[in-house]
Design a binder for this molecule. Sequence first.
Ligand SMILES: *[C@@H]1O[C@H](CO)[C@@H](O)[C@H](O)[C@H]1NC(C)=O
Ligand SMILES: *[C@@H]1O[C@H](CO)[C@@H](O)[C@H](O)[C@H]1NC(C)=O
Ligand SMILES: *[C@@H]1O[C@H](CO)[C@@H](O)[C@H](O)[C@H]1NC(C)=O
Ligand SMILES: *[C@@H]1O[C@H](CO)[C@@H](O)[C@H](O)[C@H]1NC(C)=O
Ligand SMILES: *[C@@H]1O[C@H](CO)[C@@H](O)[C@H](O)[C@H]1NC(C)=O
Ligand SMILES: *[C@@H]1O[C@H](CO)[C@@H](O)[C@H](O)[C@H]1NC(C)=O
Ligand SMILES: *[C@@H]1O[C@H](CO)[C@@H](O)[C@H](O)[C@H]1NC(C)=O
Length: 362
Amino acid sequence: MYTHYTHIQCREKVFAPFLFQILIHFMHAFLIWTFRFSLSATPGSREHDPSSQQVTKRHRKLLKTSPVRRPHTNSSHSPSSSSSSRRLSDVQESRRRIIREVCGKYRSNISRTITPHHVSRIYVEDRHKLLYCEVPKAGCSNWKRILMVLAGVANSTREINHVAVHYDNHLKRLDSFDHQGISKRLETYTKVLFIREPMERLVSAFRDKFESPNSYYHPVFGKPIISKYRVNASQTALKTGSGVTFREFIHYLLDVHRPVGMDIHWEAANQLCSPCHLHYDFIGKVETLEEDANFLLRKIGAPENLTYPSFKDGNPKAARTSTQITQHYFSLLNASERQRAYDFYYMDYLMFNYSKPYKDLY
Ligand SMILES: *[C@@H]1O[C@H](CO)[C@@H](O)[C@H](O)[C@H]1NC(C)=O
Ligand SMILES: *[C@@H]1O[C@H](CO)[C@@H](O)[C@H](O)[C@H]1NC(C)=O
Ligand SMILES: *[C@@H]1O[C@H](CO)[C@@H](O)[C@H](O)[C@H]1NC(C)=O
Ligand SMILES: *[C@@H]1O[C@H](CO)[C@@H](O)[C@H](O)[C@H]1NC(C)=O
Ligand SMILES: *[C@@H]1O[C@H](CO)[C@@H](O)[C@H](O)[C@H]1NC(C)=O
Ligand SMILES: *[C@@H]1O[C@H](CO)[C@@H](O)[C@H](O)[C@H]1NC(C)=O
Ligand SMILES: *[C@@H]1O[C@H](CO)[C@@H](O)[C@H](O)[C@H]1NC(C)=O
């Protein structure tokens, strides 16, 4: 069932019917109700001494199949890499600190209970003890390729095509494990999150889902958006749901009575990955993607020849969404619409220390 749900992840065409999403929401609610368990991970625990863990049978098996980890200090890197690695460690420390501070300040009242919903976006790689929380439009297709290679499902990221990434990835989600399996992994694995400037992510999602033919997003989201926000819509537009404008899309996003629900491609990253509940060890940014990703890969003892690939999924003809492209789209909005869009992603801006994208925002 979750395999099917996976198809709604970062890909252009999705065939899962919308009713299915609703069903999943009910299932989640039911699971949360029946399957609560408390968080036993210590806040801020980053490095774990495996010897201090109780070693179970399964754990032993995992250790056996894990590749031998090189000590971080004596790597075969060039001499300059140690200072760059120190700098990147410092960057990580400050990213974690900002999240802690923002969570402490704005989310002081969050429950300490972790439900399967909180971990439903997290992919598991047992051999390298990695938990990757998927944020669509923030490099997630290439991260799935990396996870597949780490897991031994593929030999190289080059040989994994876009369809395999999303339909045949053999990757497990953290919520597919039982209570104990989830807790154990949350306590001992490296928890990773990759994020992106929120407005660029939003524009990227819009371009990807609405500006080229899409057999899921046009009928499921396009139709109700055009029918609610376009005056004098043509019969064709109402029938196909194609041709949603950025402004119409923003009106939908900011509407308290949306005619159709939210979607993971434009849901705020902090809603998808619950950084106030799960204490992520590593926060990568798309703006420094390759540097962050490769630093992480070396840290977890990935094979030396495995590096973050530069494939562009999605429409190959369209340019990657840049700051300039994003500014163009936002110039189509008026000042109050821009402000409200910023407010919508305000927690992501704070937690991940992105600066205000426009001077006139407050
Ligand atoms: C690590 O490197 C240092 C100096 O570069 C060297 O003295 C030490 O023997 C090395 N340790 C191992 C385990 O190779
Ligand atoms: C937290 O929220 C609950 C209800 O949601 C409230 O009863 C409680 O007083 C709040 N605690 C703090 C510290 O704000
Ligand atoms: C990886 O390469 C080996 C040897 O070349 C081959 O036997 C194996 O089938 C390959 N695995 C995958 C998943 O392609
Ligand atoms: C990395 O090296 C391994 C063998 O050490 C090989 O099987 C694999 O194909 C290589 N991967 C890439 C991406 O070259
Ligand atoms: C909608 O179409 C009607 C008839 O074509 C026209 O009279 C009216 O001005 C249009 N309204 C808007 C807001 O474009
Ligand atoms: C901006 O557009 C909205 C409609 O989305 C409108 O209600 C509002 O008055 C406009 N604001 C300004 C400052 O033009
Ligand atoms: C947060 O972002 C600002 C502006 O980009 C930067 O100057 C500052 O150093 C960052 N803060 C931390 C703690 O990284």
